[in-house]
Ligand binder design. Structure first.
Ligand code: KIV
Ligand code: ZN
Length: 521
């Protein structure tokens, strides 16, 4: 590794996926891992193997399928966690155990350990991890609020016990850029053995400074950035991969460090993570937001026509956006659709293309011009329905008036049986959800219902995201349609299908209650 290389450690599948509502299915995790591997991520934190049977299975499978990336699993500071983690990551060509403990006064109080007892535990657990795996990362959780002397002491212990990466988490997003750079620099200058290991930075975005703090840490000497796609993560999220990578690429003049990321793969993975996690990307989000490369105001358009560099510091192509975006129409054929999908960064198999093409034709019949965003929504919707789903929408009819309740009649197939129900509600969506609940009674609580228009105009498609929670299990569903009520019903049914899958897994022996990495007992 050269002096100027910065390793990218992606934790979308661990810190990102643990954020409430972002739960992904097993297959989705494998798909995201393969995209991360393909785009040049150095280390993929694939999950927290002891958390559940599902996490263990996903990390093991990701480890088996990995090509270039190192596969890492998370473990708390105890032998059972570390053993389980090793059992999952050992299948990878390159693996890593990441073990951690909260070292700040607040976090030390949770397991009720004295400073000496905790130091001893760190020595034992890192030694144990190192006996299993030759690549161990250690993190003092809440490092940025840990007493300086104690932080130096425990890092020295972890290095002596064999950790080759020391991660400095800003667990609660508390630090600021100058402090972040200074902390890493002082640690490297002070702790014996620090120059033999790689220092990593792991920032949360509570004050909106995660990207700045991570880059500052690199300036201070960190050579690994921990991040997630779209900044997915609990609360305000983690450092966004696309932001740190593009900042290093675009401002190489003042930040002379490089990453191994193929930036042209950024948009495709951003869209996929948004779809499978159900977390929509805000339109003005840096790098991957819908408006990040849109220049709509007159002055900007004029300037852009004269010289793109007037308002563009990065080229859209560099992040995987196609330069031109000619809309498709009802005469466009399958080859044109495949071409467009490729330009948009989607790799679809022949069967998926067939399904998307059918939907595309239906849409093109209703809508004169089918824009890039419509196509993206079609791919999202395609991932939202499966012919193996136990619940299928067959048809629906909604009657709304100005004076009274709306009425919805829904016909569904439930495990192959045709059932119809009619319900009244406070508006067409409420009535439709009630009818669906009559057909498939359930106690799932609606945590989120979100509608967004994909393109402009009254014939625009709406994308709907629905998040449900039942007995601590969370599932999200999405759909897109030119009819918002149809998209809503489909998204609701999609989420219910995903809840059923998760419940079936529990029935097959997976843990009903998952352990969080914050359960420190
Ligand atoms: O934010 C944090 O402290 C973490 C640790 C488990 C590294 O995610
Ligand atoms: Zn974290």
């Amino acid at each position: 590794m050269s002096d100027t290389q910065v390793l990218i450690f992606d934790t979308t599948l661990r810190d990102g996926e643990q954020s409430p509502g972002a739960t992904m299915t097993h297959d989705e995790k494998l798909e995201i891992a393969s995209m991360l591997d393909d785009m040049g991520v150095d280390i993929i934190e694939a999950g927290f193997p002891i958390a559940s049977e599902g996490d263990f299975a996903a990390v093991s499978e990701i480890a088996k399928n990995s090509v270039n990336s190192r596969i890492c699993g998370l473990a708390r500071a105890n032998f059972a966690d570390i053993d389980r983690c090793w059992e999952a990551v050992k299948h990878a060509k390159q693996n890593r155990i990441h073990t951690f403990i909260g070292t700040s006064p607040l976090h030390r109080a949770i397991p009720n350990l004295t400073m000496d007892e905790m130091a001893d535990k760190i020595h034992q657990t890192v030694t144990h991890a190192r006996n299993l795996c030759d690549n161990v990362q250690w993190s003092p959780m809440d490092a940025t609020r840990t007493e300086w002397d104690y932080l130096c002491r425990v890092i020295e212990i972890a290095i002596k016990a064999g950790a080759s990466t020391i991660n400095i988490p800003d667990t609660v997003g508390y630090t600021a850029p100058a402090e972040s750079a200074d902390l890493i620099k002082r640690l490297i200058d002070t702790v014996p053995g620090a120059d033999e290991v790689i220092f990593a930075t792991h920032c949360h975005n509570d004050l909106g400074m995660a990207t700045a703090n991570s880059l500052a840490a690199v300036a201070g000497g960190a050579r690994q950035i921990e991040c997630t796609i779209n900044g997915l993560g609990e609360r305000a999220g983690n450092t966004a991969l696309e932001e740190v990578v593009m900042a290093l690429k675009t401002r190489h003049d003042i930040m002379p460090w490089t990453t191994g990321i193929d930036t042209t793969k950024i948009m495709a993975i951003s869209r996929r993570v948004s779809t499978v996690s159900g977390f929509l990307v805000q339109p003005n989000k840096a790098i991957v937001g819908k408006n990040a490369f849109a220049h709509e105001s007159g002055i900007h358009q004029d300037g852009m026509l004269k010289n793109r560099e007037n308002f563009e510091i990065m080229r859209p192509e560099d992040v995987g956006l196609s330069g031109t975006s000619l809309p498709l129409g009802k005469h466009s054929g399958r080859a044109a659709l495949r071409d467009k999908l490729e330009q948009l960064g989607f790799e679809v198999g022949d069967n998926q293309l067939k399904d998307i093409f059918v939907r595309f034709k239906e849409l093109a019949d209703r809508k004169k011009e089918v824009f890039d965003d419509d196509i993206i929504a079609l791919v999202r919707a395609d991932s939202g329905e499966d012919e193996d789903d136990r619940l299928q929408l067959v048809s629906m009819k909604v009657v709304c008036g100005t004076g009274g309740p709306a009425e919805s009649t829904i016909e569904m197939e439930v495990d192959g049986k045709d059932i119809t129900a009619t319900a009244e509600g406070d508006g067409p969506v409420d009535a439709s959800f009630k009818a669906i609940r009559e057909i498939h009674p359930n106690a799932a609580r609606l945590q989120l219902y979100q509608v967004s228009a994909v393109t402009e105009g009254t014939d625009a498609q709406a994308t709907v995201s629905v998040r449900l929670e039942e007995d601590g299990v969370i599932a999200t569903g999405q759909s897109a349609n030119t009819d918002t009520v149809v998209a809503s019903a489909k998204a609701y049914i999609h989420a219910l299908n995903r809840l059923l899958v998760r419940r079936d897994k529990v029935g097959e022996g997976a843990d009903a209650k998952e352990v969080s990495y914050k359960d420190l007992a």
